[in-house]
Design a protein around this ligand. Sequence first.
Ligand code: CA
Ligand code: CA
Length: 226
Amino acid sequence: MNWRAFAGLAVWLSCSLTAAAGTIVTNIDDVSYWVGSGPNRAVLIIDWQDGKNAPGETAGQALAWGFRWTGATATGEDMMRAIAAADPRLFIDVMDFGGFGLVFGLAYDLDGDGGNFTFDPEQENGFASDPDDHFREGFVENGFWGYKNGQSTGALPSFADASFGFSQRTLSNGSWDAWVFSIEVDPPFTIPQVSPALAAVPEPSSAALLTLGGLLGLRRIKRHRG
Ligand SMILES: [Ca+2]
Ligand SMILES: [Ca+2]
C-alpha cells in the first residue's frame, strides 16, 4: 500500500470510529452492539457514575448494549453474562450464592487501548491498570452497584429500583436493565438516576477496524525504519 492510500484509509477509519462511538441512545433502535439472536430485544445499561464520558461525547458515562433471544426464559443475569462473554472490552465480577448472583464489580476498556482489571471482593481494593477506563466495585466499603428496571420497545423508558435480583428478573421484549453505581455506604442506599446521556457501545465491526488501524500504523513505522 502506498503512502497516499494509507493516509486516505486512516482518515476513513478515524471518521468511521468517531461516528460509531458517538451515538446517543434515545430509543432501543439506537443501540448498535447486539448479542444473541431471536425476536425479543432487551437493553443492558451500565452507568459507572465516574464522569468519564464516551469517546467524542461531552456526556455519556453510561453505556448501552443490546441482547436478543428466543422464548421467555432469559433473565437479567443471562443478558449480562452473554454480553460480557461477547464483548472483550467488558469485564464483570459476579458473586454466586447458590444460584443467586450479586454484581460486585463492572469494568470497561473505555478508550479501547487495553487494560487489566483486578477485582477484590474481600478488601474492595481492586483497580484498573489504565486510569482512562471505567472501573467500579463494591458491596460495603466503596458503595454498591444498584439495579434498576424499565420497559419500552421504543423510546428510553423511565427506571425504577428493581424488586428482585438479576438472577430472578425475567426479561420480556422491551426490558431495559440499568446498573448504576452508588457511592453511598450508609442507609438509605439511594441509587442515582441513570445518566441522561447514554452512549451506544460501538458495534464489534468498529473494534475490528480499530485493530486494523493499529496494525497498519505498526506496518508504517516498520517501513519507515526499514
Ligand atoms: Ca484502556
Ligand atoms: Ca488508555
